[in-house]
Design a protein around this ligand. Structure first.
Ligand SMILES: [Zn+2]
Length: 468
């Protein structure tokens, strides 16, 4: 394991910090060399520069396809007829005809940097562009996984790498075609790729990095292979897309005789290792099943809005004790506070009500809405990304975000209103600093390599767009 020059024993001071038992003042957080929190003390004297700092545990972004960041803004016009998720997917496939490993890495580095600057400390990269255009593997089978790791290493973000098993072009074992050929793995090739990726991850990234598996979806796999891959990986996260689109649900129901989440819960060992991405369209019974399973629902409110997916059944799910986390998925826009706001607003618009998701996740359903959503996302992302994070206490990873207590969006607010102010009245410009497992990645609102990473991204997408 290479030594990480950014990690050293240090103390982080905060005027206000959100600790496990609530808000505290004049806090010192000691971070050890291994990137975990060594101790927390209150009632400390602060330096003038820390006098307005508010420190929170930083959540992870549990679902990303980083390369899709390069498509942002290119699919926001209507072609013939009514536009849909499936026309968006066509542009993605045109990108896949030309994307190179260098471009994938440059885009990923920029995307991970934006996540850090938004306040996320970690990312679950759901990675399926494995092969060359046409489907021929690279000389190194896990070449593109290694590019994701290089991008994570360059930015400092905590990576949970999720190589994807993608074997079929649609429900009922349809053949892969076009851009999908770059994703294709049968279970045997997938296991080789996973092993190669695991070795590189352990060799090249800090100890907080993780690897899990991501069977893409029911439509891109088949039941026997799915059961086998889950049985073969008895530890680590399992992520899977489920129930995002109504067409997908109809196809799966016609093929397997059950709706996707029903089928998964009945046929696979759904538990705390699992994260079902989207889970947008659930019956009341599926909602209770998923909530009771311990699995995390990986919600991606900005992408789901952008793609017109539908509205997650959040109130019943949270009331039943369900775990949620937040992902930026297509990366059309990377904004932590806006993801949480969009989730709540989707419920308000549907129910014609306010503060639908308010309350303390451990207590009665009353209280601050933004803070409840934030705490839920913290717990869910720590579970889904297999990170010992999510709280400011000794022994947890120092995944921390500082926001500016002098920001006008927080003026005259009390600590119990700070997160509501950030989520509903502010935006991610409030973020001043982010630490990922103690690595101080963002200072004064910017990643330390912001200019170089941005320049490389601009060059990569301009050369990419010139070829599609
Ligand atoms: Zn996705």
């Amino acid at each position: 394991m290479p030594a990480d020059p950014a990690t050293e024993t240090r103390s982080i001071f905060a005027r206000h910090a959100l600790l496990p038992d609530g808000w505290a003042e004049n806090v010192r957080i000691d971070v050890g060399e291994d990137g975990t929190i060594a101790g927390v003390a209150t009632g400390q004297s602060l330096r003038r520069s820390d006098a307005a700092r508010i420190v929170l545990p930083a959540p992870g972004n549990l679902h990303s396809h980083s390369f899709q960041r390069a498509m942002a803004g290119m699919t926001e016009r209507r072609a013939a007829g009514r536009d849909s998720f499936w026309t968006w997917r066509e542009l993605m496939y045109r990108f896949l005809d030309v994307l190179t490993p260098d471009q994938l890495e440059a885009i990923a580095a920029f995307t991970f940097m934006e996540m850090l600057e938004a306040g996320y400390a970690a990312v679950g990269e759901f990675h399926y562009v494995h092969h060359q255009p046409g489907g021929t593997p690279y000389d190194a089978l896990a070449e593109t996984s290694e590019r994701m790791m290089a991008a994570a290493g360059a930015t400092g973000i905590g990576l949970t790498h999720l190589p994807v098993l993608y074997s079929y072009g649609g429900a009922g074992k349809q053949d892969l075609k076009g851009g999908q050929l770059r994703f294709g793995c049968d279970p045997e090739r997938f296991e080789k790729l996973f092993e190669a990726a695991r070795k590189t991850l352990e060799r090249s990234l800090p100890a907080d990095a993780r690897i899990g598996i991501a069977p893409h979806s029911l439509r891109a796999t088949e039941p026997e292979a799915l059961k086998a891959i889950v049985a073969a990986h008895s530890a680590g996260p399992v992520h899977m897309h489920a129930a995002e689109q109504t067409l997908e649900i109809e196809e799966v129901e016609a093929w397997l005789g059950a709706r996707p989440i029903d089928w998964i819960a009945s046929n696979l060992p759904l538990d705390e290792r699992w994260c079902l991405i989207h889970s947008t369209h659930m019956t009341e019974a599926e909602t209770l099943t998923l909530a009771g399973s311990g699995a995390v629902a990986g919600l991606c409110p900005i992408t789901e809005s952008n793609l017109g997916d539908g509205i997650f059944n959040a109130e019943a799910y949270l009331d039943a004790g369900g775990q949620i986390g937040i992902g930026s998925d297509s990366n059309i826009r990377i904004a932590l506070s806006e993801e949480l706001r969009t989730l709540e607003y989707s419920q308000r618009l549907r129910d014609r009500a306010r503060n639908v998701l308010a309350g303390d996740p451990k207590g009665p359903a009353e209280g601050a809405t933004g803070q409840r959503l934030y705490l839920s996302a913290l717990a869910g992302s720590a579970r889904a990304l297999d990170r010992k994070a999510g709280a400011i206490e000794a022994g947890r990873l120092a995944d921390l975000v500082a926001i500016d207590g002098d920001a006008i969006a927080l003026a005259a607010l009390t600590p119990s209103q700070f997160i509501d102010g950030w989520v509903f009245a502010g935006d991610d410009r409030l973020v001043t600093d982010v630490w990922a497992a103690g690595r101080h990645c963002v200072e004064n609102g910017q990643h330390k390599d912001h200019a170089a990473i941005t320049a490389r991204y601009r060059a990569a997408i301009e050369s990419l767009v010139a070829r599609i």
